[in-house]
Design a protein around this ligand. Structure first.
Ligand code: HEC
Ligand code: HEC
Length: 91
């Protein structure tokens, strides 16, 4: 089969679309949650079966306050751990 102009254009469009989606996916992912003394209890609670939604309620105690504001233009807040994964656990 010979590749016509239209086939090439179609391929280019697909590749561009995938690239845009991949970039967008990356931009939704926040920085990992550090595994320090402050954040480790949250990770342990989750590991012990606590609900993610309930655990996240604790995040705003420190973040999203005047003392530790989220960056301007930060995505809608409540589901922190959907976008911020914990740093890779150490074994
Ligand atoms: C007791 C206060 C406190 C609580 C509760 C807390 N954090 Fe934090 N968080 C901090 C502080 C202080 C820092 C910056 C210092 C550090 O890296 O530990 C930080 C840093 C972070 C960072 C990294 C920011 C960067 O610049 O890399 C993320 C992401 C984060 N927190 C998410 C969360 C999430 C998600 C939760 C809930 C599961 C949470 N935090 C709960 C105090 C808190
Ligand atoms: C929809 C995805 C999403 C959700 C939900 C979300 N974040 Fe973020 N967060 C991001 C992205 C993306 C960035 C980077 C934003 C930027 O650089 O402007 C970020 C940045 C941050 C930072 C600053 C880290 C830095 O770049 O210095 C902190 C702290 C943080 N988020 C904490 C939280 C907390 C706490 C919650 C829950 C209350 C939360 N996030 C919910 C996506 C999310």
């Amino acid at each position: 089969m010979k590749l016509g102009k239209r086939d090439v254009l179609f391929l280019v469009l697909i590749v561009a679309l995938v690239a845009v989606l991949a970039r967008h996916r990356g931009s939704e992912q926040g920085k990992p949650v550090p595994l320090d003394a402050v954040h480790r209890p949250f990770q342990e609670a989750l590991a012990n079966g606590a609900a993610r939604e309930a655990t996240e309620q604790g995040c705003v105690r420190c973040h999203a306050t005047a003392a530790r504001p989220l960056p301007p233009g930060h995505p809608p807040k409540e589901q922190c751990l959907y976008c911020h994964r914990f740093a890779a656990p150490r074994h």
